[in-house]
Design a binder for this molecule. Structure first.
Ligand code: ADP
Length: 821
């Protein structure tokens, strides 16, 4: 034993490590296949062929596996035989020989060199060969030795040697086969040999069998369990690495690993996304290139976090206001921390950066700030209180409105009856409580909520004083309306623009002579109550209502229950534009109409009665005037001509009155024939030119075609318009009469440069007895009948009469008459 230990110390360096021990070698021997380094086996043979059977493939494989091979021969196989056999069996065997990878020597040159067997020398020889082989770059030593030469005398020394070599080989990159001739071994020797080798190869019935020694079995068992353990460790290492890789890949944060020089060694998918760099392009680059951090406020680059971390030797964090400038220039707000990676000796070998995109987080923060600004900016008071009425939050508006709210708490009028509020809300926590409170004459509508998560009450208030006032005004106005409605001074109808009637007052019922029930049952509408001749007027009134919201009161008639007509004045207002609801005010004018027609009848009769004596006066006066002229009594002739003039004016007035009453009674008659209107115009102008000394009358245009109509009435119209033109231009000196002949009608214009007619009088100018024109016109005598009669005459001829005027600039009256077809 001591020999073995000494030998170890003396000749061998460090023994095989456990890893090398497990390095399996191919033996080339079919029944053994792979064995670990250090295997020492023996072969029992009978013949030369037995030896070649095992050793030739054994060495062929060794050469192929880059091992140094040593074949120590003995009878019956000598080096020469071996060389020739090997040459045949191994391709390019010569090459191996030349290369010095195989040595084939006789036992005499190895075991008993110098005359006798020396265990130490032989062992040292092997080890020298082994060391040289490794130096030359071979992977180990493969050898065989033949024991044929061992005599009985040295058998036991050789057996010791075998035991030693067994333990030596076991620790190095060596494989050995010792060959024993069965002819030389008895049963005891075979057992000895088998015990000192791990395998024994023996040929039985023509086939090679293998026997393992018990120690080998044990060591094989140990080896197997070691291999299993190694496999298990490798598997768990693989799994842990797998887990590590999957974790890094699936982690929600970006991870970058750098070496100590800030060079990127690893980056996960999130880091790829956040930096905009693909890992394959980023690896081995400097961190700064890929991971460019900036201070968002100062816009300055932040120094390399990996370098900072490596310098400080501890975790470095960046949290507020840093942004990562991505490859495409987009900036991403980040939080980042960098930790050093240390080896077993606590030396920093790299850093690991973990970072997270906080854009969403920033957005959420901004949202919260934004939301928090709501009560702060609210123009209405918002207050939060505890059960006991202690104010724990009040927004700026409530502080301004109720400066002593916090001090007074439950005693403040804004939080009056707090106990009641609390008990109500704790009983019904789901529903908000609404109530009105009054503070210094201002009414607030409060919405009070119980916020269970915070165990507080919140009051949202709004000033409703204005609303209250409006409600009050509305209530009063409704009351007034109802009073007016029920007073029945005037007929009132609530309805809509479609003509539906919702409700009427008693005054209206008495105008149309229906009961309220009948109105409802018979579904009476405005349409049913209105004669068709007022359809046009109705449409105009509707348009006016929609545009202006009110109508100018106008005259119409309603059909009573018995079918007779009641004249009314009706005005309407639109009360709801969307629903088109209206209220109509209806005034019964039956009595006024009766009076008017009595007056018209009287005027008609009186004028008629006046006409005869006036005609007689005029006839006798003309006789007198002629006689005075004959007798050259110029003074009396002058008096008589004055009487004549006044009689003419009286005649015109009576004629106008008669015409008006005829129009009213619908009895104005026309005696139509074909006549030359151009001639009529020229004659009228010539007549006027004789009478008027103040104005000159200019004519323009020409009408060649004749027209069909009442020449006398058209003359009346011309006279009226020219008279007005002269009358209402007291400072003017010119009248223009223009005429045009169109395709179907003629147009006649009478233009003056007088006082004009302003917008406010425009609509009434054609009304009967209307004389309220401009101030300047009010001193000018007239009865307001002329234009009324003219309008009727032109209407009766299917023509139109209108005017254009500008106050102070003069007026132009136009009328058209159809040409005869
Ligand atoms: P009158 O007999 O009062 O002239 P008219 O019916 O002819 O009656 O005219 C009615 C009113 O129209 C007049 O009172 C006057 O105010 C106004 N008017 C008529 N013609 C003119 C005109 N050419 N220029 C200005 N105002 C006129």
């Amino acid at each position: 034993m001591s020999v073995r230990n000494n030998f170890h110390k003396a000749y061998l360096g460090s023994s095989l490590n456990s890893f090398e021990k497990r390095d399996l070698r191919k033996t080339g021997i079919e029944i053994i296949s792979d064995v670990p380094w250090g295997t020492h086996l023996c072969q029992f043979y009978k013949t030369r062929e037995d030896l070649l059977d095992i050793l030739v493939p054994y060495f062929a494989k060794g050469l192929e596996e880059n091992e140094y091979c040593m074949w120590v021969t003995s009878r019956p196989l000598m080096p020469r035989d071996v060389t020739s056999v090997m040459k045949k069996a191994v391709p390019d065997f010569e090459g191996y020989l030349k290369n010095g990878q195989i040595e084939i020597i006789p036992y005499s040159e190895w075991y008993i060199r110098g005359g006798g067997f020396d265990e130490n020398r032989v062992l040292k020889g092997w080890v020298d060969k082994y060391n040289k082989a490794l130096k030359k770059g071979f992977s180990g030593l493969r050898l065989t030795g033949n024991t044929f030469w061992v005599s009985k005398k040295i058998w036991s020394a050789f057996a010791d040697y075998e035991e030693t070599i067994n333990s030596v080989i076991g620790n190095y990159r060596m494989l050995a086969i010792c060959t024993y001739s069965l002819d030389k071994c008895g049963a005891n020797e075979v057992l000895d040999v088998a015990n000192t080798h791990q395998f024994a190869l023996i040929k039985r019935e023509g086939t090679w069998r293998i026997f393992e020694s018990s120690s080998l079995k044990e060591s094989k068992q140990a080896l197997r369990s070691e291999i299993e353990e190694r496999k298990r460790i490798e598997e768990s290492l693989r799994q842990s690495e797998q887990r590590y890789a999957t974790t890094l890949a699936s982690i929600g944060e970006g991870v970058i690993v750098t070496d100590v020089g800030s060079r990127i060694m690893f980056m996960n998918a999130v880091a790829e996304k956040l930096t905009g760099w693909e890992a394959k392009n980023a690896l081995n680059r400097q961190l700064k290139e890929v991971f460019n951090l900036m201070d968002n406020h100062t816009r300055k680059s932040i120094c390399d976090p990996a370098v900072m971390c490596a310098e400080k030797g501890k975790v470095v964090s960046f949290s507020s206001n840093i942004v990562l400038a991505r490859k495409d220039g987009i900036e991403i707000p980040l939080v980042d921390s960098v930790a050093p990676i240390k080896d077993q000796n606590s030396k920093i070998v790299g850093t690991v950066l973990v970072f997270r995109d906080i854009s969403q987080h920033k957005k959420a923060e901004e949202e919260i700030l934004h939301l928090a600004s709501f009560p702060n900016m609210s123009p209405d008071p918002v207050v939060e209180l505890t059960f006991g009425g202690e104010v724990i939050y009040s927004n700026p508006t409530s502080k301004r409105l109720f400066p002593d709210l916090k001090k007074l708490g439950g005693k403040h009028p804004y939080i009056s009856n707090w106990h009641w509020v609390v008990s109500h809300l704790t009983r019904n926590p789901v529903n908000d409580l609404k109530r009105e409170v009054s503070v210094d004459g201002v009414v607030y509508l409060q919405t009070i909520q119980y916020i269970s998560s915070m165990d507080v009450f919140r009051i949202y208030g709004s000033n409703i004083s204005d609303r209250k006032q409006i409600e009050e005004v509305l209530r009063k106005s409704e009351a007034r309306f109802e009073a007016l409605y029920d007073a029945n001074i005037i007929g009132m109808v609530q309805g809509d623009l479609r003509g539906n009637i919702y409700d009427v007052n008693d005054a209206f019922l008495s105008i149309i002579d229906y009961t309220r029930e009948e109105l409802k049952e018979r579904r009476i509408t405005f349409r049913k109550l209105t004669p068709s001749k007022y359809r046009e007027g109705e449409i105009r009134a509707k348009r006016e209502l929609l545009c202006k919201g009110v109508t100018i009161p106008w005259e119409k008639e309603f059909i009573k229950k018995d079918g007779s007509l009641t004249p009314v004045i009706i005005g309407e207002v639109l009360t709801n534009k969307d629903k088109k609801e209206t209220i109509a005010f209806v005034l019964d004018i039956t009595e006024r109409k009766k009076l008017e027609s009595r007056k018209d009848e009287f005027i008609g009769a009186a004028s008629h009665e006046l006409k005869t004596p006036i005609t007689i006066i005029k006839a006798f006066n003309e006789i007198l005037q002629r006689r005075f002229a004959k007798s050259k009594d110029t003074q009396n002739e002058y008096f008589a001509s004055n009487i004549n003039e006044q009689v003419d004016r009286l005649t015109k007035l009576i004629n106008d009155l008669l015409d008006v009453s005829k129009i009213q009674a619908g009895k104005l008659k026309f005696y139509s024939k074909i006549f030359d209107i151009d001639k009529l115009i020229m004659k009228t102008v010539t007549d006027f030119q004789y009478i008027t000394k103040t104005h000159s009358i200019e004519t323009k245009g020409r009408i060649r075609r004749k027209i069909y109509g009442d020449e006398g009435r058209i003359h009346q119209v011309l006279v009226n318009l020219i008279t007005n033109a002269i009358k209402y231009s007291p400072n003017g000196d010119k009248i223009i009469i223009n005429r045009e002949e169109g395709k179907d009608s003629v147009l006649i214009m009478v233009q003056d440069f007088g006082v004009g007619i302003s917008e406010s009088h425009r609509k009434k100018i054609f009304d009967r007895f209307y004389t309220g024109g401009e101030k300047e016109a009010q001193n000018i005598p007239g009865f307001g009948m002329g234009l009324y009669i003219c309008k009727e005459i032109i209407k009766g001829h299917m023509g139109e009469l209108w005017f254009e005027s500008k106050k102070g600039k003069g007026s132009t009256f136009y009328f058209t008459l159809p040409l005869k077809k």
